[in-house]
Write a protein that binds this ligand. Structure first.
Ligand code: AMP
Ligand code: ZN
Length: 481
C-alpha cells in the first residue's frame, strides 16, 4: 500500500516519498498566535498535525516535528497580501494594560494545557518568535543582499515582483493581486503588495535593535527562519489551516526560496476550516468555542478529539451540539467494546474473528494511506465492532479471539489517540508487601474514624504512585505512574 497526500502546491494527490534516505521525516506546523485561548478550529489544524505524526510513526518513520509559537508580528489584517494592521499580541496587551510577554506567556501555558487534554503528542521543538529575532535578521540580511528585499524609512519590505514564482501555492500571482482598500500605497513602499520583513514603529512595545534601526519582525519571516534553523533548507511536510495558504505560506515560500535558492517544502498540507453555523470559526468573528468552553458544557476532551478526527481534514466540518453528542456516543461505544472484550473469559473460538481483524487492518491502512481519510477509516472500525459484537452476543469468542480484536483496536488507537486502553484497577487481594501494609493501615484508621491519619497514609501511597479508591466491596487500587 502506498501513502499519498494531497499537495496544495501541485493541487493533486502525490505519493509520499521522504527526502532523507533514512526513514525520517521533517515536519513544520504553523502553531498558535498566543494572544488568546486557541479555539476548537485552531485545534482542528493542530490535530491533523498530530494525526500525521502518529500515522507516519505507525508506518515506521521517525518524525522530527516543529511547531512555532507566534508571540510577535502577527497583524490583524492577516488575510491581506501585505499583512498589515496592529500586532495582535500588543493590541491585547494594550487593551488589558499588561505587558505583551505576560499575555504571550499566559496563552502559551494554556495552549500546552489544552494540547495535553486533547492527548496531542508533544512536538520536538516549540520555537518562540521572540527568541529567534537574530535568525530572522540574518535571513532578512540575506534577502537584502540578493536583492529580494529593500529598506525604506526604518522598514524592510520583500519585493514580490522580484520573486517570479510568487503565487505558485495560492494562485494569487502578481497580475491577479488587486490593490484593495486595505493595501494602502505607503509612500515608502515600491508596491502596495510588498510585505514587511522588519517593521518600524516607535509605539510598539516589543522592540529589538537591528541594522535597520529599532523595530520588530514580520509574521511570515519567523516561520521561514525557524523552519530552516531546526529542520534545514528543504523539509518534507508543512501544515496549517487553509487560511494560512495566502498570504502566510505564499510569503514563506518567497522568503525561504529567495534566500536559499532551494525548494522550501515538498508537501504542503492544509486543513479546511472548522465551521460554526456555516461560517469559519474565528476569533475576529467572535463565533468560537475554546476547549474550556466545551468542557464546561460537559463534553469530554476525548469526544472533542474524536469529533475533530471524524471528518477528512480536507472537508469542512461543522461544529454543532448534535455532532458533539454523536462524538461522545461514538467514543463511549468504542470504550464499551474494549471493556467487553477485556472481560471475555472463555467461549467458542471463531475463525471469523481472525478474518475480521485482518480485513479491518487492511481497510484502515488503505483509507489512511489515501490522504489520511479518517472518516472512512473510522467507518471501517465501526463495521468491525458491529460484526465482532454479533459474535460476542452469541458467545462465539475465545479469550484468544478477544485478544486479537483488542490488539487491532489498540493499534488503531496509536493513530487516533483516544486512549482506549482501560486503566487496570487491582483489588485488595492483589496487593502485596508494603502496598498491602499501607492499604491495611489506612483501613484501620478509617474504621476508627481517624481520618487525618487515613489521609496521610493515602498520601504515602500516592507518593509511591498508587491511588486508592473505596468501593462497596472494599478498597481497590491503581498504579498511576
Ligand atoms: P492563529 O492562532 O490565528 O495563528 O491560527 C493558528 C492555526 O489555526 C493556523 O494554522 C490557522 O490556519 C488555523 N485555524 C484558524 N481558524 C481555523 C478554523 N476555523 N478551522 C481550522 N483551522 C483554523
Ligand atoms: Zn507559520
Amino acid at each position: 500500500m502506498a501513502l499519498v497526500f494531497y499537495n496544495t502546491l501541485t493541487k493533486k494527490k502525490e505519493l509520499f516519498k521522504q527526502i532523507s534516505s533514512k526513514m525520517e521525516v521533517t515536519m513544520y506546523n504553523c502553531g498558535p498566535t498566543v494572544y488568546d485561548y486557541s479555539h476548537i478550529g485552531n485545534f482542528r489544524s493542530y490535530m491533523i498535525a498530530d494525526l500525521l505524526r502518529r500515522y507516519l510513526e505507525i508506518k515506521g518513520f521517525k518524525v522530527k516535528q516543529v511547531m512555532n509559537i507566534t508571540d510577535v508580528g502577527h497583524m490583524t489584517f492577516d488575510e491581506e497580501a501585505d499583512a498589515s494592521g496592529e500586532d495582535k499580541i500588543e493590541k491585547k496587551a494594550k487593551e488589558q494594560k499588561k505587558d505583551p510577554y505576560q499575555i504571550a506567556n499566559f496563552y502559551t501555558k494554556t495552549f500546552f494545557e489544552d494540547m495535553k487534554k486533547l492527548n496531542m503528542k508533544r512536538a520536538d521543538v516549540y520555537p518562540r518568535a521572540t527568541k529567534h529575532v537574530k535568525e530572522m535578521q540574518e535571513l532578512i540580511n540575506k534577502l537584502m543582499k540578493k536583492g529580494y528585499a529593500y529598506f525604506a524609512n526604518g522598514w524592510v519590505y520583500f519585493s514580490i515582483e522580484r520573486f517570479k514564482k510568487y503565487g505558485k501555492l495560492s494562485g494569487n500571482t502578481i497580475d491577479k493581486l488587486k490593490v484593495g482598500a486595505r493595501l494602502e500605497a505607503k509612500a515608502d513602499k515600491k508596491d502596495p503588495r510588498d510585505f514587511a520583513l522588519w517593521a518600524h514603529d516607535a509605539a510598539h512595545i516589543m522592540q529589538w535593535d537591528s541594522p535597520w534601526g529599532k523595530g520588530y519582525p514580520g509574521w511570515h519571516i519567523e516561520c521561514s527562519a525557524m523552519s530552516m534553523k531546526y529542520l534545514g533548507k528543504t523539509i518534507d511536510i508543512h501544515t496549517g489551516g487553509e487560511d494560512n495558504i495566502f498570504p502566510h505560506h505564499e510569503c514563506e515560500i518567497a522568503q525561504s526560496e529567495g534566500a536559499t535558492g532551494k525548494p522550501f517544502v515538498k508537501y504542503w498540507l492544509h486543513t479546511r476550516h472548522l465551521m460554526i453555523n456555516g461560517k469559519k470559526m474565528s476569533k475576529s468573528l467572535g463565533n468560537f468555542y475554546t476547549l474550556r468552553d466545551l468542557v464546561d458544557k460537559g463534553y469530554t476532551p476525548r469526544a472533542i478529539r474524536y469529533l475533530l478526527l471524524s471528518a477528512h481534514y480536507r472537508t469542512k466540518l461543522n461544529l454543532t451540539e448534535e455532532s458533539l453528542k454523536a462524538a461522545e456516543a461514538s467514543v463511549r461505544r468504542m470504550q464499551d467494546f474494549v471493556n467487553e472484550l477485556k472481560h471475555v473469559r472463555q467461549g467458542k473460538s471463531s475463525k471469523k474473528v481472525d478474518k475480521l481483524v485482518n480485513g479491518v487492518r487492511k481497510k484502515f491502512e488503505e483509507h489512511m494511506d489515501d490522504d489520511l481519510n479518517t472518516s472512512l477509516a473510522l467507518g471501517d472500525i465501526f463495521y468491525f465492532m458491529r460484526e465482532v459484537n454479533k459474535l460476542l452476543s452469541k458467545e462465539h469468542m475465545s479469550k484468544a479471539n478477544a485478544n486479537s480484536a483488542l490488539k487491532v483496536i489498540f493499534h488503531f488507537d496509536k493513530v487516533l489517540g483516544l486512549d482506549l486502553e482501560p486503566k487496570i484497577w487491582y483489588s485488595y487481594r492483589d496487593a502485596k508487601g508494603e502496598i498491602k501494609q499501607l492499604i491495611d493501615a489506612r483501613e484501620r484508621f478509617r474504621k476508627t474514624k481517624e481520618w487525618d491519619k487515613a489521609d496521610s497514609v493515602r498520601e504515602k501511597l500516592k507518593k509511591k504512585g498508587i491511588t486508592v479508591q473505596d468501593t462497596e466491596k472494599g478498597p481497590r487500587w491503581i498504579r498511576s505512574t
